[in-house]
Ligand binder design. Structure first.
Ligand SMILES: Cc1cc2nc3c(=O)[nH]c(=O)nc-3n(C[C@H](O)[C@H](O)[C@H](O)COP(=O)(O)OP(=O)(O)OC[C@H]3O[C@@H](n4cnc5c(N)ncnc54)[C@H](O)[C@@H]3O)c2cc1C
Length: 468
């Protein structure tokens, strides 16, 4: 069945003519594959999905959609956890065929890439020159750099090196009317427009090219795993490491529920099943420096009651530790068909108090909870497990998620650490922004996108009518 009826007459054939043959889907049975991103509670079906192969095709597509006044949602790999890449009607503009690494500039330490390039492939290209792209979302093997820029993604190693916006040198964006613009960081004068588009979640246009900064590969890396009998002690140890004056490149926490499910999976790293929490700590630096930091971090965790410390003796042991952490999300599939990940950032000092309270909220709503997150940044990810086919469970998950979010804001935190707002967190925006701040964001959006075509309904709540 074709969905031509839902779109203006002739649009589908015009889109087909604008791109490579076979690069448009309008069969609802096939469109179901794009019904959600990794947040399965947010769902919608587009009328069509298009897959431009290069920027010229992309510009033609966006112009056609603008002329027809048809809303569109840009989609990278669909690994987003906020329901941002979901279209309820309109057209899904998928960047997955635009995945080329166009250039690695070794001396300038930058790379020019298309938006559909997987984050890991940028690293693979950079490594040939002894360079690397620093932000490392745990999904880097599957997500696109366009998605990373749109969501201003983080990752375990962002603790020391900063998030995506700290590594974007320049962008090309196709505005919602199809005009291409190249924007930089304001270093040559002008505004830092690359900063404005980074994190705009597809609401200001389609990012079509990205120049990212690269950095030299670290000379020395040292990693250890600390095991704890108490979740609160592990939370305490996070603060203690910083008190010792060390900034590790990564400081991750996994709780008992996560350890149990990972150990039952192919990513098992040999962690004892009676462990209540574990910290993964990684230090980098010049030869000798990383080792010194690591020893001080070990002393700090022992002072907080770590019962055992395991140092990675070689690269394969280091990778095994990271596999166990980075694949934890997938391993949760053993416990329940669906996961609702909350993503908030809180002051690090509040972790020992908040972590047990997340558990209390989950228990009160009769839900299973697993925590694994970027503890060094205070970027918590309570994962609530459920089955989306059971409306009661969905209701309880949403209620528990809202309570956790309110608790984090009350503790001085904010509503997203790295996963963005998408559709999921729109109702929470007023917890952290006043009407005046929201009005500035809306005016920017309205000016860039006069007809409200780009990713409607995401990121910004409707005005309350009460004025700033
Ligand atoms: C197992 C797992 C682990 C994860 N770990 C992390 C982590 O450590 N850190 C982290 O920050 N996130 C993490 N995420 C979330 C997710 O991977 C990131 O948000 C990622 O950047 C999304 O990229 P994507 O290509 O899948 O984008 P999509 O999900 O396709 O899209 C995300 C948003 O970006 C917009 N968008 C995509 N491409 C473009 C473009 N070219 N131009 C304009 N807008 C665009 C979409 O409209 C949507 O709003 C994880 C997700 C999973 C499933």
């Amino acid at each position: 069945m074709s969905s031509e009826r839902a779109l203006p007459a002739g649009l589908l054939s015009a889109l087909r003519a604008a791109i490579h043959p076979g690069a448009l889907i309008d069969d609802p049975d096939r469109l179901v594959a794009y019904e959600s991103d990794a947040l399965t509670t947010s769902r919608g079906l587009p009328d069509a999905a298009v897959f431009p192969s290069d920027r010229d095709e992309l510009i033609r597509v966006v112009r056609l959609l603008h002329e027809a006044r048809v809303p569109f949602v840009t989609r990278g790999a669909g690994t987003g956890l906020a329901g941002g890449a979901v279209a309820d009607g309109g057209v899904l503009v998928c960047t997955t065929r635009m995945h080329r690494i166009l250039e690695v500039d070794e001396s300038g330490r930058t790379a020019l890439v298309e938006p559909g390039a997987l984050t890991d492939t940028i690293n693979e290209a950079a490594q040939k020159y002894g360079l690397r792209y620093l932000p490392d979302p745990a999904s880097a093997a599957a997500c696109t750099i366009g998605g990373n820029v749109a969501m201003n993604s983080g990752g375990p190693h962002c603790l020391k090196y900063g998030v995506t916006s700290d590594h974007v040198a320049a962008l090309e964006v196709i505005l919602p009317d199809g005009t291409p613009v190249v924007v930089g960081r304001g270093e040559d004068g002008g505004l830092d427009l690359a900063g404005v588009f980074t994190g705009s979640e597809g609401t200001l246009g389609v990012i079509s090219r990205i120049r990212v900064d690269l950095a030299p590969v670290a000379p020395e890396v040292r990693t250890f795993l600390a095991l704890f009998d108490s979740l609160a002690d592990a939370g305490l140890a996070v603060g203690k490491i910083f008190e010792a004056g060390i900034v590790p490149v990564a400081l991750e926490l996994v709780d008992h529920a996560t350890i149990a499910v990972v150990e039952a999976s192919v990513f098992a790293a040999g962690l004892p099943l009676d462990t209540e929490a574990a910290l993964v700590v990684e230090c980098e630096g010049e030869p000798g420096e990383a080792e010194e930091d690591l020893e001080e971090a070990v002393t700090a965790v022992m002072e907080c009651g770590a019962r055992e410390v395991r140092r990675a003796r070689d690269e394969s042991e280091r990778l095994a530790i990271w596999q166990a952490r980075k694949k934890a999300y997938g391993a949760l599939g053993r416990l329940a068909p669906d996961v609702f990940v909350q993503d908030a950032a809180v002051p690090r000092s509040t972790l020992p108090d908040l972590l047990p309270r997340f558990g209390e909220i989950a228990r009160r709503h009769d839900l299973r909870l697993a925590n694994f997150f970027h503890a060094g940044d205070g970027n918590v990810h309570p994962n609530l497990l459920f089955d989306r086919n059971d409306p009661d469970q969905v209701f309880r998950v949403r209620a528990a998620g809202a309570e956790i979010m309110a608790l984090c804001v009350e503790a001085g935190g904010t509503i997203t650490g790295e996963h963005g707002v998408g559709a999921d967190k729109v109702p929470y925006m007023t917890l952290v922004f006043g009407e005046a701040e929201l009005a500035v964001m809306r005016s920017l959006r309205d000016h860039t996108d006069r007809f409200g075509l780009a990713n409607p309904g995401k990121l910004l709540p409707e005005p309350t009518g009460e004025g700033p």
